[in-house]
Design a protein around this ligand. Structure first.
Ligand code: DQA
Length: 142
């Protein structure tokens, strides 16, 4: 079974981007951690990143059409703005797990609202790169 891991805007900058908040692991480092864990638990990872909102919508629909076991979604700042991504999650049956490196609730108030979280199966946030691994373990148990 395949698990899609979809990453939104500015997550290509991980490792360089505000390391005090997001840590020094790059997205490639996270992909490696996920591949290792996926092998242990018998899953396959399809990991992607885009800075474009509509592409995240396309990929959520694609994951659903492909019969993916789950989608791990870190929509970056689109988390707090995107009704289109909210609607995409609502439109599909594949479970979507919201993931964040930081804990948005401890940050600026504009990060406190999550259009992704309002539609997602659940949320894992605040554990840095390890949030992704925790989310994969959650996906495995669905
Ligand atoms: C983030 C949190 C968002 O508020 C922010 O816009 C990001 C990263 C996280 O993983 O902590 O781009 O999704």
């Amino acid at each position: 079974p395949v698990v899609y891991v979809l990453n939104g805007p500015n997550l290509n900058m991980l490792g360089l981007r505000e390391p005090a908040i997001y840590g020094t692991d790059t997205l490639d480092d996270i992909a490696g951690m996920l591949d290792d864990r996926a092998q242990e638990i018998g899953l396959e990872i399809d990991m992607r990143q885009t800075n474009h909102e509509g592409l995240l919508v396309d990929w959520i629909q694609e994951a659903n059409a492909r019969g993916a076991k789950a989608v791990l979604l870190n929509a970056g700042a689109f988390t707090h703005t995107s009704i289109a991504i909210h609607d995409a999650i609502k439109a599909v049956s594949v479970p979507v797990i919201e993931v964040h490196l930081s804990n948005p609730h401890t940050r600026e108030t504009f990060r406190h609202k999550s259009y992704v979280g309002m539609a997602a199966k659940g949320t894992i946030a605040g554990f840095g790169a390890h949030s992704y691994v925790l989310a994969l373990d959650a996906a495995a148990k669905l």
